[in-house]
Design a binder for this molecule. Structure first.
Ligand code: G6P
Length: 467
């Protein structure tokens, strides 16, 4: 019966982070979307638990419970962080899976540690799993875990979800360890992707990396038969907790915060907003360049319009991230140097993370939301913004290359590589009449309201358990 088996979630990160309250270190639930998706299904099942890393190198704490979720920490040494997390996960796979926007590096020492750490996650699962448990593995950091689990405990029900894109075949084939990765993924019963393109790319890769004389493999329209088992591949785009964002933006506190921010900004007529992890996939610098040109050409005026760019610090030790930070900050300096005044900078740049409540104020404040990544598995910020717009106002400018574009057809869609196209899209958004804003926003809200994160998790598990 669905729902009666033990559920084990495996993700690189646990859904908690260390914070200091009144001088005391404590755990706090992470703001990420995954925990809001999984908490409801975990609470319905006996002995569910989440296996992952705390985010700090060195000794892992003993298993503990936070906010009703049983957490099982996996230890990563300083060297593991460097070779597995910063190295293979974020220096090889992340850029490769995002269309090689930054050059992936291939190092055998990184791969060896990736194997070793994936084994540690698999062993952690095996140490606590019932023989028929449902194990749901998440994302590119842990692609070898399904195969390791299958080998050790054949009766487990194993699902895997890619939060990133899965790249085009010719890109994936560059990976020196491609065959090991694909075979391990085929240890799963269900492979979920953010878009049909990702699922298609994966199916396309399989015959090229697995020799069918050697191992029995057959790729169908959706299912792959591999050594006598069926591996399902499905397009299952992740949703958000729509109600939480809508309600969070409707509180008196969010309204106060919005008013306070507007006053601090000297009551601009229009506010544009970007909210991203500071990552080279997000297209922040190019977006700023487009804005700079719009100001220079007097198509938008810094007298009545302001851009706020929130850039959450991320992966600062990984190659490429320091460079993108330098480029973004230089561009902010250039725009303000040219177009800002003492009282009114043209761009406000905030290089830090913000709480949920603060974010609600920013989303409410934003007349135009700019989400222009070069490549993105989904981009939950785009959906969050839409969910907070309970009065059906506001405009979303959205990259065609974000997974969210498959659902949000009524955004102003843009090719983020095309500076002239970006400028036109931003200008169009800034001056969009209210009637059109309402029409588009209503349609976007309808499109995402039904695919809530909890419904997404339930849907995934239903397919996984229905074999
Ligand atoms: C992306 C990935 C996640 C990752 C997150 C934050 O959304 O798909 O797996 O957890 O970025 O990155 P970090 O490296 O800080 O975990």
């Amino acid at each position: 019966m669905a729902g009666s088996r033990q559920l084990i979630v495996v993700a690189n990160r646990l859904p908690v982070r260390r914070v200091t309250v009144d001088g005391q270190p404590q755990w706090a639930t992470s703001p990420g979307g995954l925990v809001s998706a999984l908490a409801p299904v975990m609470s319905e099942r006996p002995e569910s638990l989440w296996v992952g890393w705390t985010g700090a190198a060195g000794n892992a704490p003993a298993p503990f419970t936070h906010d009703g979720i049983n957490l099982h920490p996996v230890e990563l040494s300083r060297a593991d962080v460097e070779l597995y997390y910063e190295g293979f996960s974020n220096g090889t796979l992340w850029p490769l899976y995002h269309d090689a926007i930054s050059q992936p590096e291939y190092h055998r020492t990184w791969w060896d540690t990736y194997v070793k750490v994936n084994r540690r996650f698999a062993d952690a699962v095996l140490s606590v799993a019932d023989p028929d448990a449902v194990v749901w593995v998440h994302d590119y950091q842990l692609q070898l875990v399904p195969g390791m689990l299958r080998e050790a405990s054949p009766d487990l029900r194993i699902g895997f979800f890619f939060h990133t894109p899965f790249p085009a075949r010719e890109l994936f084939l560059r990976l020196p360890w491609r065959s090991r990765v694909v075979r391990a993924l085929l240890g799963a019963d269900l492979l979920g992707f953010q878009s049909e393109v990702g699922a298609h790319n994966f199916r396309h890769v399989v015959p090229r990396v697995i020799d069918s004389d050697d191992l029995e493999v057959e790729v169908g329209d959706e299912d792959i038969s591999f050594v006598g088992r069926t591996v399902r591949t499905r397009n299952l785009p992740i949703g958000i907790d729509f109600d939480r964002f809508e309600a969070g933006a409707s509180t008196p506190d969010a309204a106060d915060h919005q008013a306070e921010l507007r006053a601090q900004l000297n009551q601009p007529r229009r506010v544009l907003l970007g909210v991203d992890r500071l990552d080279y996939t997000k297209g922040i610098e190019r977006r700023l360049r487009a804005y700079n040109e719009l100001l220079s050409e007097d198509r938008v005026s810094a007298d009545d319009t302001v851009l706020i760019q929130i850039a959450e610090p991320s992966r600062s030790n990984v190659n490429g991230y320091a460079e993108i930070r330098g480029a973004v900050e230089q561009m902010v300096g250039e725009i303000n140097g040219r177009h800002g005044t003492m009282a009114r900078p043209a761009v406000h740049y905030l290089h830090r993370s913000h709480s949920f409540d603060e974010l609600m104020g920013f989303y409410r404040l934003a007349d135009v939301m700019l989400v222009t990544p070069f490549r993105d598995g989904m981009n939950l910020v785009a959906k969050e913004y839409v969910a907070t717009r309970f009065d059906d106002t506001g405009v979303l400018v959205l990259s065609e290359f974000a997974g969210a574009a498959h659902e949000l057809h009524d955004a102003v869609l843009v090719n983020p590589y095309d500076i002239d196209g970006l400028k036109e899209a931003i200008e169009y958004a800034v001056f969009m009449p209210m009637e059109e804003q309402t029409r588009r926003m209503t349609a976007m809200r309808t499109a995402i309201e039904t695919n809530s994160s909890a419904a997404w998790a339930r849907g995934f598990l239903e397919i996984l358990e229905s074999a």
